[in-house]
Design a protein around this ligand. Structure first.
Ligand code: NAG
Length: 341
């Protein structure tokens, strides 16, 4: 998938479509030679190459990535660590091409101007972790399907549903992938706001257990779709480019956010407070489920990813909060939104 830069700019300004793949971390013995490391890594992730030429080619990329990750960690110049994971034999360009996508939908609508119900909220606690309040389901993994938009929208919906009803019910991403097809494009990308519109129009969403995740585009199962277990009545956008507005929102419920997750450091993030490198070309949908401050005073957003629990901090990333740029780190404050009950 190659878009000309000019198109990419135009399209990215209009919509955010999200493609991602799963990630997992691996550790190798420090004394293993690089070739042994590569063999161990291949075994761990079940990777096979079609011939020796491809293996040699992939080995060189692996070697460069390992060198980058190790020198990054040894330098210790940043408050976060990287780790060798399943993308260790991909160049960053390949990684981006396989998981970042800006595509124009067939019926793009202008972003709705909505009210912001938390505009005057002042009782913002110093920290928040919606997991501790029982409003966050376990970390999920969308595998090779580029539907993080569905995982992000579902996580925010699971959150508001728990806050409204007291019940935490894991909801169905596959229903969105299969049935929410007027604007969103299943494994080829989508937008969280369109997913909220679908859930409103559909009068609810069914459960994960009733309509389990398959990770491929499939036909909408109308029977499963008709068994609704959680409802939303509307959605609102957080005023763009304001981390203080985002803070008021996250203080009240889990919030869908779009970020630029295309960089090598995001690709290999393992632990700590992520401070970049990243840009603001939004390509990934995730969920802000809290915020806080480390003992040394670094403020962060607590973000739930959908790359399985072996990526990052048990599937989560802490991203630096209140940076100088209004867009927030990796553009986290640019396109945040949430369902209303
Ligand atoms: C916030 O307060 C202002 C001033 O009182 C008011 O005009 C506005 O409607 C309030 N916004 C919300 C979302 O309650």
């Amino acid at each position: 998938m190659a878009l000309k830069p000019s198109w990419k700019l135009i399209l990215s300004a209009m919509t955010v479509l999200v493609l991602c793949t799963s990630q997992a971390t691996a550790r190798t013995a420090p004394d293993a030679s690089m070739a042994e490391k590569h063999e161990q890594w291949m075994a761990r992730f079940g990777r096979a190459y079609k011939d020796d030429t491809e293996k040699a080619y992939r080995f060189n990329i692996f070697k460069e990535n390992v060198a980058y990750i190790e020198s990054f960690n040894e330098a210790g110049a940043r408050p976060y660590k990287l780790a060798i994971n399943k993308f260790a034999d991909l160049t960053n360009e390949e990684f981006q091409a396989s998981r970042n996508g800006f595509k124009m939908g067939s019926h793009l609508k202008a972003s709705k101007v909505s009210s912001f119900r938390y505009a005057n909220f002042t009782a913002v606690p110093p920290s928040m972790d919606w997991r501790k309040k029982g409003a966050v389901t376990g970390v999920k993994d969308q595998g090779q399907c580029g539907c993080c938009w569905a995982f992000s929208a579902v996580a925010a919906t699971e959150g508001i549903n728990q806050l409204k009803t007291g019940k935490l019910i894991s909801l169905s991403e596959q229903e969105l992938v299969d049935c929410d097809t007027s604007e969103d494009q299943g494994c080829n990308g989508g937008l969280m706001d369109y997913a909220f519109e679908f859930i409103i129009g559909n009068h609810g969403l069914t459960s994960e257990s009733n309509y389990p995740y398959e990770g491929v585009d499939a036909t909408c199962n109308a029977k499963k779709e008709s068994s609704r277990v959680a409802k939303i009545t509307g959605y609102e956008d957080v005023p763009a480019n304001s981390e203080s507005a985002l803070l008021k929102a996250v203080a009240n419920q889990p919030i869908s956010v779009a970020i630029d997750a295309g960089g090598s450091d995001f690709q290999f993030y393992s632990s700590g407070v992520f401070t970049g490198e990243c840009g603001t070309e939004l390509d990934h949908g995730v969920t802000a489920v809290g915020y806080g401050k480390t003992s040394d005073g670094t403020k962060y957003w607590l973000v739930k990813n959908s790359w399985g629990s072996s990526w990052g901090e048990n599937g989560y990333i802490r991203m630096q909060r209140d940076i100088d740029a209004a867009e927030g780190l990796c553009g986290i404050a640019m396109k945040a939104s949430y369902p209303t009950a």
